[in-house]
Write a protein that binds this ligand. Structure first.
Ligand code: ADP
Length: 334
């Protein structure tokens, strides 16, 4: 997120490109999805056809784009990258689809943000490898059916629930990515630190991993901030204390919560006595879009046992109060 400054965005992209695992076997963690996906790909290799369409869902930074690239590499197929917000008109999508080659992998990031007309065009393309292209306007408009070569659509979304049912149903395989364990993030960090030529002690890795919000992208980002700190303070080897001190400075706390996470909890506890509060009210209070709170902050807070979703709204748990250094309120049984 923007939290750590836009100046590092270019470095982030360069590093992400360099660090992306190239094969399914190099991809850390996500055992279930990896195993299932590997079977889907192997089967399509044996059958000699394009693989079923794949939907990947999960919070940002867990490896959806990386997996799409791996799918193309494993299928020995070219990869085309686009995104929901970039496909606003059905014509945009028709142009992409009609230029695909046989077996090509089309990756559509944030696929839930595609426009409705484009989505409807996509249904037919996914199912029948065909699109109807509308030529002309008004009464003179005609639709020309266009055959497409078999291709594989890989869609990514921060939450599968944001997708309309008919679109979701057209994916042969859906992989739900989970947050990474600290041990898995340590593996990611070891690999990255070698690339950055950093000297990090084992406890240093553990400290950074523990603050990485279960997310490889954040782990790599925090590692670079620790590198900066070590460089400026002329620290030769990053140990636990160095890592902790550096990350405190960037307002990443010992549980990995960042400013947005904390402001969600603070809004809940301080303004609403812990809730329940509706999601959209919460989003307004922290100055974020509802979708951001729901798909970026909330999943991690829920996993950490700091926030609960109830039918009446979001509730801060006792742990959340304590995490903020506050005393949980006495609850009357009701
Ligand atoms: P998403 O598309 O889900 O937002 P990305 O695929 O762009 O996430 O991953 C963000 C970064 O995190 C990538 O640059 C990659 O280096 C790293 N990363 C993600 N998943 C893994 C993984 N399983 N193993 C190693 N690195 C990973």
């Amino acid at each position: 997120r923007e939290l750590l400054g836009a100046s590092s965005m270019t470095e982030e992209r360069a590093m992400e490109a360099a660090l992306r695992p190239k094969a399914l076997s190099d991809f850390v963690g996500q055992q279930t999805v990896r195993r299932q996906l590997s079977l889907v790909l192997e089967s399509s290799r044996i059958r000699g056809t394009a693989s079923d369409h794949v939907l990947l869902s999960g919070p940002p930074g867990l490896g959806k784009t990386t997996l799409a690239m791996i799918i193309a590499a494993e299928m020995n197929a070219p990869l085309r990258i686009s995104s929901g917000p970039a496909i606003q008109h059905a014509g945009d999508l028709a142009a992409i689809l009609s230029s695909l080659t046989e077996g090509e992998v089309l990756f559509v990031d944030e696929i839930h943000r595609m426009s409705r007309p484009a989505e409807e065009l996509l249904y037919m393309a996914m199912e029948d490898f065909r699109v109807d292209v509308i030529v002309g306007k008004g009464a003179g408009a005609t639709s020309i059916p266009l055959e497409l070569p078999p291709f594989t659509l890989v869609g990514a979304t921060t939450r599968a629930g944001l997708l309309p049912g008919p679109l979701r149903d057209r994916f042969g395989f859906t992989g739900q990515l989970e947050f990474y364990s600290t041990e898995e993030l340590e593996l990611v960090l070891r690999r990255s630190s070698a690339m950055l030529e950093m000297n990090v002690a084992s406890e240093g890795f553990a400290e950074i991993a523990g603050r990485s919000r279960g997310t490889p992208r954040i782990a790599n980002r925090l590692l670079r901030r620790v590198r900066d700190w070590a460089l400026v303070h002329r620290v030769d080897q990053v140990d636990r204390a160095t890592a902790a001190e550096a990350l405190e400075m960037y307002e990443v706390d010992e549980r990995g919560l960042d400013r947005l996470d904390r402001s969600v909890l603070e809004a809940l506890c301080l303004r609403f006595k812990g809730g329940p509060v509706g999601l959209s009210t919460l989003a307004v209070l922290v100055g974020e879009e509802t979708e951001t709170v729901e798909t970026v902050a909330e999943p991690y807070l829920v996993r950490e046992g700091l926030l609960a979703r109830t039918p009446r709204g979001r509730v801060a748990t006792d742990q959340a109060w304590r995490h903020l250094g506050l005393t949980p309120p006495d609850r009357h049984p009701d």
